[in-house]
Design a protein around this ligand. Structure first.
Ligand code: DC
Length: 224
């Protein structure tokens, strides 16, 4: 059987993971959060006290790290780390770790391995361009910086954090800049991706659009 990949890429806070999770449930695919894997590796780096400038130590950690998903949770060296990977210290450091070419090679191998033998919806920055260039269908989901920052504030406030909209906006802008300008596999839209701007749209509207594109592509008529 030929397994299918739905690739969903885009900048931070555009709503990719919300849409990817709902879509995966709807079409009975496995959801893989590729960014969570870079986050887990960043947690391993920070926990071991390694300086973010020390690329060779970071590469060494990435050579030996064990990152896996079980029941929609992520495990770092067999430790459940769903919460820890969302901490601010990870948000601030993950773009540096994920910009190292050797690190990316290791994580991309892992991302392909984890997806083997499954139909997957994967979200990230380079799913359609690098991890799965032959994906069945590719989406590039984006939204204005203002809207992405506002959504992130609501999300953080909902989790009990005190936040400042301006700070969040600067942080997202900085992460986008690093992700889009790194030498290896920068965030960019695949030539054959479908662009969806979620500014001013509800989650249901975006999900309906995505499902319609998939239906038009001739996939999943049995489940839609
Ligand atoms: O999707 P996210 O915000 O959880 O991703 C965290 C970081 O990981 C993001 O700033 C860049 C990096 N990333 C990447 O380089 N490639 C991916 N496929 C996914 C994430």
């Amino acid at each position: 059987m030929l397994y299918k990949v739905v690739a969903i890429d885009g900048p931070a806070g555009a709503g990719k993971s919300t849409i990817a999770k709902l879509l995966a449930d709807r079409i009975h695919y496995t959801y893989v959060d590729s960014g969570a894997m870079y986050r887990a590796l960043t947690l391993a780096v920070l926990d071991s006290g390694v300086d973010l400038q020390d690329k060779s130590r970071i590469i060494e950690i990435s050579n030996n790290v064990d990152i896996d998903f079980k029941d929609k949770s992520i495990y770092l060296n067999s430790r459940l780390v769903d919460k820890q990977i969302r901490e601010e210290r990870i948000n601030k450091s993950v773009s540096f770790v994920s910009a190292i070419p050797e690190v990316r090679k290791n994580i991309v191998n892992l991302q392909r391995k984890i997806s083997m033998g499954k139909n997957v919806v994967m979200d990230g920055r380079d799913v359609g361009t690098v991890i799965f260039p032959e994906a069945f269908i590719k989406f590039f989901i984006t939204a204005s910086l203002e809207e992405r920052a506002a959504r992130r504030c609501i999300e953080l406030e909902g989790s009990g954090y005190a936040v400042d909209l301006h700070d969040i906006k600067c942080q997202i802008e900085k992460r986008d800049y690093i992700d889009s300008n790194r030498e290896i596999s920068p965030l960019k839209m695949a030539q054959d991706a479908i662009l969806i701007d979620t500014s001013g749209k509800s989650i249901d509207e975006v999900l309906d659009d995505v499902l319609e594109y998939i239906r038009l592509r001739g996939g999943y008529t049995d489940v839609l």
